[in-house]
Design a protein around this ligand. Sequence first.
Ligand code: BES
Ligand code: ZN
Ligand code: ZN
Length: 545
Amino acid sequence: MAVFLCVDMGVKIWYKTCTMDNSLKVQFSLNQEWIAEKDAVVFGMFEGEEIPCGLGFKKETAEKEAERLFPIFSKIKKHFAYNDFSGKFGQITVMYPEDILYKRIILCGLGKKEDMTEEKIRQIAAQAIAAVEMTDAKKVSFTLFGAPTQRADMRLRCIFEGVALAMYKFDAYKKGKDGDAEKKKIGAVEFLIPEIIEKAEVDAWQKQLERYVVMAEAVYFARNIVNQPSSIVTPQFLADTAEALAKQYPGVSVRVMKKAELKDRGMNGILAVGSGSQHEPVLITLEYAPASASDKTVALVGKGVCFDSGGLSLKSAENMMEMKMDMAGAAAVMGAVFTAARLNLPVKVTAVIPAVENVPGHTAYKPGDIITSASGKTIEVLNTDAEGRIILADALHYAASELKPTYLIDLATLTYACELALGNHYAGLLGTSDELLELIMEASERTGEKVWSFPFDDCYKKQIESEVADVKNIGGKTAGVITSSLFLKEFIGGHKAYAHIDIAGTAILPEKQGYKNKGGSGFGVRLLVDFLEHLGETPAAAKSE
Ligand code: BES
Ligand code: ZN
Ligand code: ZN
């Protein structure tokens, strides 16, 4: 795809649009050759067990190669004997055994076998790769560690995710890059597959691995867009990116509605919030329609506030600092739609992205304004910082009434209240359908992108009643997550399967959480892709009834 260099603030390194493929600069491969010289090999050890799990030699190999293999395991045992390592979860040791096949051995403590989870595999894989990054190793070999109850292909997936996502770095603007760090970069990661696995199965795993790479690239894509400053990521940048990528992937089409069309359609919420900025607002719709699709369709609405200063209800300097991230919902839904296309998922999915910049100015919207939204409902603006719900009102109305999807989901960095309630580990989840909530929670369980349910109860509705309009845009001091979502519910036209995911706390992290880096986390991409992959399956709760 053609990319154009962009000069901004004198920094000449970014593009007019954001690319999606080849963002992982590491070669990932499968290998069944255990008896060979290796730069660094990662072993997983359960607490108290002195032999690593996930080993994959045939008996004959073990016997034939005993002389070369035995020293490795006796050295590992020594670590236990010296009490340097016990296999406790999170323990990492780098060994430099001499005169054996493997130059470096990285021992990872997996904890107790019965406590092992997929998420723990991701976390430990991330810790292992961080330890390897401190060394000069250029190629790393991962054994497929995990509990016996965890299938080998699932272990492969989790280790890959932990490693690939932990290796993300946003350092494009760091001019004084450390030369040594540059030299030390890991260029290749291989996964050591048990010898007994048949060639056909390994080929199938190879295809799967390629799909995992595509998913990781989508997370990188979302992280990059969130981490880029708002001087680059404007509403038009999001539109250009959507258009450029749509040309690249078959089955995807884009429509960008500009100011004139927004006016014609009465999308006064989007227009009002965007009115203070020189960067005009747009509504982007991005549709992936496969040749053969399931009868279920999905609309994904993503909050795209490219910068949220609060508008005339200006935020404090401290609260404004991170607000280039207020389009993380847009980044996630874009990533999910392009991934659906790249993976050829058999489901029609449309992203709807209201993209604006919320800044003060003589043309900006003001507290006290009353807006007639696209649905016809009127909104009393009491705080211009509660802008997300106003643009989403128009976008949700459009998605529900024009696209009529089976499932309607929005992702939004909507309220600070959500971060206060759940911190940076869980996103807030509310919705109108138990079945949809169940599907989302199952995807959450599988991906480690955690969500927590709030009551979606109309008893809180009184808090957003206005004396002069149909609804007001603030809901008082308490229950901010719920009142903001009840506001959104006003605009879905009674849709029976709607869910809102508040990602204010999870979209950007104040510090590294294992494989989730500091800054833009790409939260939601894997959750949504997994949800789309499993569409059509009956939720477990319904199955057991
Ligand atoms: N974008 C913010 C929410 C936010 C805050 C996201 C912190 C991530 C981290 C949103 O537009 C906002 O400002 N919400 C206000 C609403 C209030 C004025 C009713 C909030 O949560 O304080
Ligand atoms: Zn705001
Ligand atoms: Zn906002």
